[in-house]
Design a protein around this ligand. Structure first.
Ligand SMILES: [Zn+2]
Length: 319
């Protein structure tokens, strides 16, 4: 009897030991799990102040290095919001946040557009040299300047049939596409005439200085580009008109409406649209069209953005 009792006791002790061991192992395992979890970005981001949804989005969009960098800064719910914007550029994030803080009444997409094209800065501040290797996508604006000696290649004389004035010139491809545009408009009973095309540096210099004498600096900068900053120097730009129109009345003519609907099909865009002065730096010009090629023109038309925004995002990008 005593032997049986002893055996039973030993078994109980053994079971007890196993139970304790199992509990200990489970505990250790849980503890390790918690420690591991606390190392994850999921835990760290949420603990840092990001919502569950934002956390999931940030993890999906950023790599480890970027997430670590993000965690060094205070949590900001505007960060994922800006990242969701169509034309968000990583390199500009700090600028978006700072500008938005100063201008909370602006929409996020406006902030992105403004920063991307540098429209938050004073026009003509620290201009960079325009990248002439970009061909049809060559950007010339108040921050991208052509040198005095830049000469647009393959310029061709525009025939009188298509233009007023003495021998305007255009780059070959732009000219050929303009002829297609001209003919298509003609088929619809409309006449779109070039009133000005290529202008060299000297011409713009004279034009600008003539205005300067008449109007003074501020007003002149609103209506004319400084020499080196005129898109007309690219040989990819036309000012157009039609019978009986002038720059003020052109938008009331059918030719203008036709261009609104069809210019992009031939690779041209209205370069300085209404309500986009704050991005282009130029007042609305219903007569000024720029050749950028059909693909870019169609995108710009369909998404209602300016060439400046297109260039910042698709040509310059995050590099
Ligand atoms: Zn023009």
């Amino acid at each position: 009897m005593a032997k049986v009792k002893l055996k039973k006791r030993n078994i109980s002790i053994a079971i007890g030991c196993v139970v304790v061991l199992v509990v200990l192992i489970i505990g250790l395992f849980r503890w390790k799990q918690t420690l591991d979890y606390q190392k994850t970005f999921e835990y760290r981001l949420e603990n840092h102040g990001y919502s569950e949804e934002d956390t999931a989005y940030l993890i999906e969009k950023l790599d480890e290095k970027e997430l670590e960098k993000l965690l060094e800064k205070e949590a900001d719910e505007n960060i994922p919001k800006f990242m969701k914007e169509s034309y968000y550029l990583k390199k500009n994030l700090e600028k978006y946040l700072a500008y938005y803080q100063e201008n909370p009444e602006k929409s996020l997409s406006d902030v992105v557009a403004i920063i991307n094209v540098r429209a938050n800065e004073d026009w003509y501040t620290d201009p960079v040299e325009a990248d002439t290797s970009k061909e049809n996508l060559l950007l010339v604006n108040k921050f991208h300047q052509l040198s005095k000696d830049f000469e647009a290649p393959d310029l061709e004389k525009v025939k009188n049939w298509y233009a007023y004035g003495d021998d305007p010139m255009l780059r070959k491809e732009a000219y050929e596409k303009f002829i297609d545009l001209f003919n298509a408009a003609k088929e619809d009973g409309l006449t779109i005439i070039i009133s000005s095309a290529y202008r060299d540096y000297e011409y713009q210099d004279k034009l600008y200085n003539d205005y300067l004498i008449q109007l003074g600096q501020k007003k002149t900068d609103e209506v004319a580009a400084r020499p080196g900053f005129s898109e007309h120097q690219t040989g990819l730009t036309v000012d157009v008109t039609t019978y009986g129109a002038n720059t003020e009345t052109f938008e009331t003519f059918e030719e203008f409406t036709w261009l609104q609907n069809h210019a992009h099909e031939y690779g041209f865009i209205l370069r300085y649209p209404k309500d986009k002065e704050y991005l282009t730096g130029y007042g609305y010009e219903s007569w000024h069209y720029r050749y950028v090629g059909v693909e870019a023109a169609t995108y710009i038309y369909e998404h209602n953005i300016t060439f400046d925004e297109y260039y910042a995002y698709f040509v310059e990008g995050d590099a």
